[in-house]
Structures are given as structure tokens and as C-alpha cells.
Design a binder for this molecule. Structure first.
Ligand SMILES: [Zn+2]
Length: 143
């Protein structure tokens, strides 16, 4: 009898823990969503501040506006380099990114484990080719 009570108690405690985890996860998701909304507002405010600055007749503000434009281009370039390097790293580690959902999948897999999309067999590259490409990337970064 006490065994049954103990197992019921164990079961309800486990269920409560599970519910608590799910509750905490959903609260965290809500917080993340609220922060994402706040970020949207902050981006919008940043956008209008930059817009006002770029429209200004003040030459110093105009110059700053040009600096921001140049930085934006540089940031795009850096992001592209990072993405390219990440792709290389994944390739070396035997992973590919699913073109459907962006999930990283083992190269030998024929289908994506997340969305089930058929993965195209990537052309075989030699280790040397990969290393050369990595060197090219490193040179681009350090230049
Ligand atoms: Zn996928």
C-alpha cells in the first residue's frame, strides 16, 4: 500500500516538476517576445534619429551620417565573412546547413533531421582545397 502511495507521490511530483519546467519555459518565451518588441521600438527610434541627423543642414551631423553609412557596409562585409567561415567550419566538422530550415545536419544524411527536406549531395572536396579556402578567408580578415 505504501509502495502505491510512494509511486503516486513520485508521479505527481514528477508531473509538477514537468509542469513547472513548461511554465518557466513559456514565461521565458514571453519575456523574449517582449524584449524582441522592445528591440523593434529601439531600432525604429534609432532609425528616426539617424534620419533626422542625415536630413540635418549641419555639416558635422552630415559627416556622421556618412560614417554610419560606411560602417553599415563594413558590418555587412564582416557578417558575410563570419557566415562564410561558419559554413567552412561546419563543412570541416562534417556538417551542412539545411537550405530549408537552417538546421545543421551531418553531411552524410540524405534528409534533414528537423524538416525532412532532401539534402543535395555536396560535391566532394579535398582536404587541401578546404584548407586553401580557409587560408583565403583568414587573409581577407587580416587585411
Ligand atoms: Zn531542414
Amino acid at each position: 500500500m505504501s509502495d502505491i502511495i510512494a509511486s503516486i507521490k513520485e508521479f505527481t511530483e514528477a508531473a509538477a516538476k514537468k509542469a513547472d519546467t513548461a511554465y518557466r519555459a513559456s514565461m521565458l518565451k514571453l519575456s523574449a517576445a517582449a524584449l524582441a518588441k522592445m528591440l523593434e521600438i529601439q531600432y525604429r527610434e534609432l532609425g528616426s534619429a539617424v534620419y533626422r541627423m542625415c536630413k540635418s543642414e549641419d555639416s558635422a551631423e552630415k559627416e556622421e551620417c556618412e560614417e554610419i553609412a560606411a560602417l553599415t557596409v563594413q558590418i555587412d562585409g564582416t557578417r558575410k565573412r563570419i557566415a562564410s567561415l561558419e559554413k567552412r567550419i561546419e563543412y570541416i566538422m562534417g556538417l551542412v546547413r539545411c537550405p530549408g530550415c537552417g538546421n545543421t545536419v551531418k553531411m552524410r544524411n540524405a534528409y534533414c533531421s528537423a524538416c525532412g527536406r532532401r539534402l543535395a549531395a555536396e560535391e566532394e572536396k579535398t582536404v587541401e582545397e578546404n584548407e586553401n579556402q580557409i587560408e583565403d578567408q583568414m587573409l581577407k580578415i587580416t587585411n
